[in-house]
Design a protein around this ligand. Structure first.
Ligand code: ADP
Length: 396
């Protein structure tokens, strides 16, 4: 069965066509600058990467370009669109109503619209992709896979905030968590590597890319995560502050004469590694600064590592011990020094780093020693495969 996996942003659209029967990626790519001008990057399996500039006023034209490329006589990977059996969409926010992946119908579209309040940048873009696919491929089932759904198993003690309960009742203010598809994928893969039934595992998953979050996963279910009502909460990230004293916000707004939007923008886009170092949000640049002995770069790095370790310690107690810790996403998969700095601070938990084994980038590896009390893995995430898996399960 061929599943087209679609991940829409406001001006971009990433896609993969996956033959789920043998987990084969037939083609992948992205459309960029939708609504501005338009550019398709298309990469067929066993073929050359192609870049095509073409007008893409909306997501409909973008999807049309993708479909044309997939069936193109020269570089296409299928003969006709009838070979696309289902479409899986990544959707950011499903609020409290959606706890699992779902076949998209009018009711689901209504929920995605309602949750646009909670995911104002992503949900409307995700809907544009869904509508475009429904228009261009009528009759093909669409499945929505939500970033928040995996974390809906958190108990109230993990998802409630210590604020007046009216805010929860009136506005659904609570922790939702994000990166759910990734946390779920690496937790399931980790259970396989541990050769243990998923139901018997306790795992801390660390997804660190540009954004970042940790999740405490018990028996394959999320019982806590570091992002919150929005992706701004938790660990420090590339440009996001992570947790801060909320009283900082009104204080800075008054001193700097900022509007709410400006202040929130500063926490989302001008903080984190970027804000603290004053130089870059990219971990590779921060590591260079550390090597050069740059003071602010070093503080940014140490703060980044400390925040992750704080949550590992917290989740270790919350889960009453763990079987494994998993690193994933851009930094987790590729940054040898970041994994080393984190794991070397976990000695009190009986964790030992195997420096040689840690010397890998973008590969699955056990990076703790044989006598480490807790196993530590690097596992490349695969959100597309997870979306294809859920879509396949429904449509089958
Ligand atoms: P996103 O959250 O945007 O999906 P990714 O998971 O792709 O991001 O992660 C992107 C980040 O990964 C980059 O900003 C960079 O900081 C980091 N990164 C990628 N490769 C390396 C590397 N070799 N060393 C350190 N950091 C890396």
């Amino acid at each position: 069965m061929n599943v087209l996996v679609v991940n829409c942003g406001s001006s971009s659209l990433k896609f993969q066509l996956i033959n789920y029967d043998n987990r084969d990626v037939l083609a992948k790519g992205l459309c960029e600058r939708i609504g501005i001008d338009g550019r398709l990057v298309y990469e067929p399996k066993n073929g050359e990467k192609e870049v095509t500039e073409a007008a893409m006023p909306t997501h409909v034209e973008a999807i049309q370009m993708v479909l044309d490329a997939l069936v193109n006589e020269k570089s296409g990977v299928i003969k006709s669109l009838e070979e696309v059996d289902a479409i899986g969409h990544r959707v950011l926010h499903g609020g409290m109503k959606i706890t699992n992946s779902v076949i998209i119908d009018d009711e689901v579209i209504k929920v995605i619209e309602e949750c646009a309040d909670l995911g104002p940048l992503h949900n409307p873009a995700n809907l544009m992709g869904i509508n475009a696919c429904m228009k261009l491929m009528p009759g093909v089932p669409n499945v929505a896979v939500f970033d928040t759904a995996f974390h809906q198993t958190m108990p109230p003690k993990a998802y409630m905030y210590g604020i007046p309960k009216e805010y929860y009742e009136k506005y659904a203010i609570r922790k939702y968590g994000f990166h759910g598809t990734s946390h779920q994928y690496v937790a399931e893969r980790c259970a396989e590597l541990l050769e243990k039934p998923l139901a018997d595992t306790k795992i801390i998953t660390i997804h660190i890319g540009n954004g970042g979050s940790l999740s405490a996963v018990k028996g394959g279910h999320s019982v806590d995560t570091t992002m919150g009502f929005t992706p701004l909460a938790g660990i420090m990230m590339g440009t996001r502050s992570g947790d801060i004293d909320p009283a900082v916000l009104p204080f800075v707004m008054e001193k700097e004469n900022l509007t709410i939007d400006q202040a929130v923008n500063a926490l989302n886009k001008e903080s984190g590694l970027y804000g603290v170092s004053g130089a870059s949000s990219d971990m590779r640049d921060i590591l260079k600064l550390v090597a050069e002995g740059d003071e602010r770069g070093t503080i940014a790095f140490n703060l980044y590592i400390k925040r992750i370790c704080d949550y590992i310690g917290s989740y270790f107690l919350y889960l009453d011990g763990v079987d494994a810790i998993v690193f994933t996403a851009g930094i987790g998969e590729n940054s040898i020094p970041v994994r080393k700095a984190v794991v070397q601070r976990l000695g009190a938990l009986g964790i030992q780093l195997d420096e040689q084994a840690n010397n890998v980038m973008g590969e699955e590896a056990l990076i703790s020693t044989a006598d480490s009390k807790i196993k530590v893995f690097a596992i490349p995430t695969n959100e597309e495969l997870m979306i294809a898996k859920d879509t396949y399960a429904f449509v089958k």
